[in-house]
Design a protein around this ligand. Structure first.
Ligand code: 5AD
Ligand code: SF4
Length: 422
């Protein structure tokens, strides 16, 4: 058997980060990247379990691996998926949860699951392979226990990493490609380490890496500090984007969700943020069909969406998850949840369209990321507000900042020509 591995990643950016950590750990132990699945002796399936659909995608991949390969290769489950499955299929050799990656070499060597030896789920001592954006967790786990969410059960209790170890990890991992640092946490606003809060770590990163763009996800309205928006206004490198999940517009549902804010609290954050920074981009997550959600509750969600005019939204139908409290509430039928989701998406798409059309004639500062799939003279990039932009022009390079004059809107994507290279 060779010592080559293949990682299949599904889910959010935290799972992308987990795959980079697994890759670093295995490379440092003498393993090599396989050129394709067939060439690998170890297949790691790093999956997400936040919603049923995400779980099905990873399981679909596992099912697509041939019976022959399942016998010959070691198949390891990782990420949230490793802890959430009730019945682990018998051809899975081990399930390694997000806090146990440092044990993976031992597990592979000994052919069995060892009880955590080295791992604590803090990987700030490991350098990862950075792309244009360097993924940088500032904390792990979550203590919020929103009643619908499985994450606290899979990723464990919240723990913030020290400023010192975060800065060291960025220094170790950043390379010539790196232009942007994405600070990550399930709830970045509750960051607390040695008396230092989120705005302190933001200042540390902005001061230390003055040539980098800095972003962060995800904010929780209950812990949000408006000082963050003031920092965006003062520091051009801090991207003018806030991802602030509202989840619902109904106070009754927000309370059942254990979100610990009201719809009016949310409105107030947005009002203040836009007062300080009128051009800030605000995106959100919204769920439909949460147990107990009535038509009236859902209409309150439509109302807040119409009122706030989010630049973009991730919208989901509620999916009952293991361990969570919401499974004991009175369920809304799947058809109803889906029908409400369809109605919500329609409203939000119209808002997004209107917002994107307003960009025509404006100049955005865009970080080019990669060649567009369609043409060599088009690049895909994102502006400070995290909007996807297609840049047109000759000799565009990935990893450069361009001022782009938006002169066309294709579907929901702004397209523009380079006005100036920065
Ligand atoms: N069902 C549907 N959506 C969910 N989310 C979290 N848990 C569930 C669930 N059980 C959504 C929330 C969260 C986003 C990451 O995923 O909107 O903000
Ligand atoms: Fe889940 Fe709530 Fe924690 Fe977000 S804040 S990860 S929705 S429990």
């Amino acid at each position: 058997m060779n010592n080559r591995f293949h990682i299949a990643t599904y889910g959010c950016q935290m799972n992308d980060y987990d795959s980079l950590i697994i890759e670093s750990i295995l490379l440092s132990e003498g393993y090599e990247r396989a050129s394709c699945i067939d060439d690998a002796s170890v297949i790691i399936v790093n999956g997400c379990s936040v919603r049923e659909h995400a779980e099905e995608r990873a399981m679909g991949f596992i099912n697509s691996v041939s019976v022959e390969s399942k016998k010959k290769k070691k198949i390891i489950l990782a990420g949230c998926l490793a802890r959430s499955l009730k019945d682990i299929p018998e051809f899975i050799d081990a399930a390694v949860s997000p806090t146990e990656y440092k044990d993976l070499p031992e597990i592979l060597k000994n052919n069995f699951n060892v009880l955590s030896l080295k791992s604590k789920g803090d990987y700030t001592d490991i350098s990862i392979n950075s792309g244009i954006t360097l993924l940088t967790p500032i904390s792990k786990g979550c203590d919020n226990f929103c009643s619908y969410c499985i994450v606290p059960y899979l990723r464990g209790r919240e723990e913030s990493f020290s400023s010192d170890s975060i800065l060291k990890q960025i220094k170790r991992s950043k390379n010539l490609l790196t232009r942007e640092i994405l600070l990550m946490g399930q709830n970045v606003n509750s960051y607390l380490s040695k008396g230092r809060v989120f705005t302190d770590i933001l200042s540390d990163v902005l001061n230390e890496f003055g040539d980098m763009r800095v972003r962060f996800i995800t904010s929780h309205p209950k812990d949000f500090s408006i000082k963050i928006i003031e920092m965006m206004a003062e520091n051009k490198n801090l991207c003018r984007h806030l991802h602030l999940p509202v989840q619902s517009g109904s106070d009754r549902i927000l309370s059942l969700m254990h979100r610990k804010y009201t719809a009016d609290d949310f409105r107030e954050i947005v009002r203040l943020a836009r007062k300080i920074l009128p051009d800030i981009t605000i995106t959100t997550d919204i769920m439909t069909g949460m147990p107990e959600e009535s038509e009236k509750d859902f209409e309150e969600t439509l109302n807040i969406v119409n009122e706030i005019q989010f630049d973009d939204a991730f919208m989901y139908k509620y999916s009952g998850r293991r361990f969570t409290l919401s499974r004991y509430f009175e369920s809304v039928s799947s058809e109803e949840g889906l029908s409400r989701l369809g109605r919500l998406i329609k409203v939000q798409q119209e808002i997004k369209k209107k917002k994107v059309l307003m960009l025509k004639g404006k100049t955005l500062e865009v970080l080019s990321e990669r060649e567009s799939k369609k043409s060599k003279s088009e690049f895909y990039g994102r502006d400070s507000g995290n909007r996807s932009v297609i840049i047109r022009g000759m000799n565009i390079q990935a990893g450069k900042l361009y001022n782009v004059k938006i002169n066309e809107i294709a579907g929901l994507t702004p397209l523009g020509d380079i006005a100036e290279e920065k």
